[in-house]
Design a protein around this ligand. Structure first.
Ligand SMILES: [Zn+2]
Length: 257
């Protein structure tokens, strides 16, 4: 095992836990999520930090340590300058990276998810101005894709119980079981489905669109207030049910700039 190695990654977040050192959580293409240290005393943290703390894809030179690997060098591979001068885009980018940080287990490489994250930053970099509602909807779409890739793809078209295609207006939502159940099954197996909640066709449509379509297409759908509120409740109930750590803020509140 060599003492140094390289990785391509996107910094998800950082914290100062001990004097002069800074811990970075980095989602790498090759090794999944890594927790890495930049030493203030031995390595030039002041030189590294500016390259690590704006959303960017970077090449990292890493040194294996006893407990944590160290960041010895960093070179930016793609920066996303469209995010820097735009607070709502930057907040949206950071919120999504935070979801990756709390939703993904360490040391599990996931190139498909990595591509979604890089695609997300690229999309935001060139996106038109976003309203608060649109930003919240987009973050929900990101969260749905993330859930799907880490093994919790919600069932949005067939009954979780009998597998029959859904009939409009005749189903309920159950976040912990991971999707929709038809009205007949919900009534027949009341003990199993008592926690299932009503959901409107308009909200289900938004969830499907957000899960299945690309980020650039998410600028299109009309976002009626009631359906959007239901959409957020559903996405957040999935996060609460399936994430190892639950975010401190709702996705909707997180996007309010
Ligand atoms: Zn059914």
């Amino acid at each position: 095992m060599s003492a140094t190695y390289t990785a391509t990654g996107i910094v998800l977040g950082w914290s100062d836990r001990r004097e002069a050192d800074r811990w970075y959580s980095v989602f790498t293409r090759e090794h999944g999520k890594l927790e890495l240290v930049a030493r203030g005393s031995h390595k030039p943290l002041a030189k590294l930090a500016p390259h690590l703390e704006m959303p960017a894809e970077a090449e990292l030179l890493l040194v294996r340590g006893r407990q944590y690997d160290l960041i010895a060098g960093v070179e930016r591979r793609s920066a996303f300058p469209g995010l820097y001068g735009n607070l709502s885009r930057l907040v949206l980018a950071r919120n999504a990276l935070h979801l990756i940080d709390i939703g993904v287990r360490p040391m599990e490489a996931d190139p498909a998810l990595y591509d979604v994250v890089a695609g997300w930053l690229g999309f935001l970099n060139g996106s038109p101005p976003l309203t608060g509602d649109r930003a919240g909807f987009l973050l929900g779409a990101f969260a749905l894709k993330l859930l799907a890739l880490i093994g919790y793809r919600p069932e949005l078209s067939h009954c979780l119980s009998c597998k029959a295609p859904l009939v409009p207006g005749a189903y309920r939502w159950h976040a912990l079981k991971g999707g929709v159940v038809c009205e007949a099954c919900a009534q027949r197996q009341q003990e199993q489905w008592f926690a299932a909640r009503a959901m409107t066709d308009a909200a289900l449509k938004l969830l499907r669109f957000a899960l299945e379509r690309g980020f650039d297409e998410q600028l299109r759908p009309h976002l009626p207030g009631a359906a959007l509120a239901e959409y957020h409740e559903a996405v957040e109930s999935l996060i609460v049910a399936h994430f190892p750590t639950i975010p401190a803020n709702s996705l909707r509140a997180a996007c309010a700039v």
